[in-house]
Unconditional design. Structure first.
Length: 387
């Protein structure tokens, strides 16, 4: 049996590892990147911490899995009748296909946003943001106000980390213009709209205590190189980070004829996570409850690998059951918030639990001995090195 897995994120890497462990015939991992991107720590890498904790090369992950063939390519189309997945370089034949292509960013057509906003969803985004901050520091020209657009988990953790980072830069390099502040702009009526009311109240209090301004029920109208328009008012800034607008990978829209696509652009799957015969769609790409987070992608990947192994030995597949997973938001080095099933922990304990969640995540991708130094690399390092 030849299993083709597409995507080297949480879903794709985990599926390939689990298939490899089960010695499922031939496994090919096709991906447009030579590395695994650990999104949950990109906010930290963007704000002076190490790149090592966010980027793990695939040859490290698959060092002990020679039965997984890695191909760097971008998939573009599907022919389920001939069992072919088309890509920029060539077409690949599969017996079973696992698609884990992740999400992408939409700027909702806001004028100037795509051109002028920084982002933290990709490695290139993060490098561009780091360069910009370093440039400001070198020229001793910090902005008076830094804007984070989107008060979801990503925006909130970035705002907290940015605030802490700017303070450390000011102290370290004795910068002038120390009155700069970070502002979160959120269109909905509270930050962390996908978490509990308690989460948004407690986290808001902490952010405000740290000097971060929160604008809820505020929409950004436009962004230029040196100013942002919010609810019709202009604010000078050279730094606005877009932390909003997550949409499904465009592959599914391009190949919409083969998929049953929901209103939000994600793909409907059957209880075995198949979108069509022999084609599994996992992680951010499907409409399964709780998809859109790393842990559900890992769980779905393991489940699919087990089911493919069952089919290979003439057994029947088992349905996937979705469960809620803990959600953690780090606000600064010493303070975090984690909630799960109506229970929460905040403060220093919250920061510790969230850090342990990260270690658990790494251990799903690499062995503990490799995971530990990656996890421990979470410290300010790039600041000095890059200046
Ligand atoms: C900034 C940010 C912060 C986040 N923080 C958290 C967090 O704290 N906790 C949490 O649980 N979740 C978090 N998430 C969400 C989490 O990262 C995703 O839910 C998870 O990565 C989903 O796994 P996946 O395998 O579906 O997709 P991904 O991990 O995104 O992987 C998709 C893979 O597909 C590849 N790919 C895409 N298109 C193609 C193509 N056409 N051809 C070939 N390869 C392709 C990509 O390069 C990538 O390797 C965050 C996401 C972002 C963007």
């Amino acid at each position: 049996m030849h299993v083709v897995v597409v995507g080297s994120g949480f879903g794709g890497v985990k599926a390939a590892l689990e298939l490899s462990k089960r010695q499922i015939g031939k496994i090919t991992l096709i991906t447009d990147k030579s590395y695994f991107l650990h999104h949950a720590t990109l906010y930290a890498t963007a704000t002076g911490k190490s790149t090592e904790e966010s980027v793990i090369p695939l040859n490290v992950i698959f060092a002990k899995h020679p039965n997984v063939k890695i191909i760097e390519d971008t998939v573009t189309g599907l022919d389920p009748h001939r069992k072919l997945i088309a890509s920029k370089k060539k077409d690949y034949h599969y017996d079973k296909l696992v698609l884990a292509l992740g999400s992408t960013t939409s700027f909702f057509g806001i004028p100037g946003m795509k051109e002028n906003a920084f982002g933290i969803s990709t490695l290139d985004d993060v490098r561009e943001f780091q360069d910009h901050i370093h440039e400001e520091v070198v020229h001793n020209k910090l902005d008076k106000e830094y804007f984070v657009i989107g008060g979801g988990q990503t925006g909130v953790e970035l705002a907290g980390a940015m605030n802490e980072y700017l303070k450390s830069l000011k102290d370290l390099y004795r910068l002038k213009n120390t009155g700069s502040r970070v502002t979160i702009v959120e269109a909905q009526k509270r930050i962390l709209p996908h978490m509990s009311r308690t989460a948004s109240d407690i986290v808001s209090r902490r952010l405000k205590k740290q000097g971060i301004r929160i604008l809820v029920k505020h929409k950004v109208n436009a962004l230029e190189d040196d100013k942002i328009m919010i609810e019709g008012r202009l604010h000078p800034t050279k730094t606005a980070v877009w932390a909003s607008g997550v949409i499904n990978n465009p592959f599914f829209k391009t190949n919409a004829g083969y998929f049953h696509i929901a209103d939000d652009g994600r793909v409907h799957v059957n209880p075995y996570l198949e979108a069509l015969d022999d084609v599994y769609v996992i992680g951010d790409n499907n409409t399964v409850p709780h998809s859109g987070k790393a842990w559900p992608a890992l769980k779905q990947a393991t489940h699919v690998a087990k089911n493919i192994a069952r089919l290979a030995t003439k057994r029947t597949q088992k349905p996937f059951h979705a469960h809620s997973v803990p959600v953690g938001v780090p606000i600064d080095t010493r303070w975090g918030y984690v909630e799960w099933l109506g229970i929460y922990v905040s403060g220093q304990s919250g920061a510790v639990v969230r850090r342990w969640m990260e270690l658990y995540g790494y251990c799903q991708i690499v062995p503990y001995r490799t995971a530990l130094p990656i996890w421990q690399s979470h410290k300010l390092s790039d600041v000095d090195d890059n200046l």
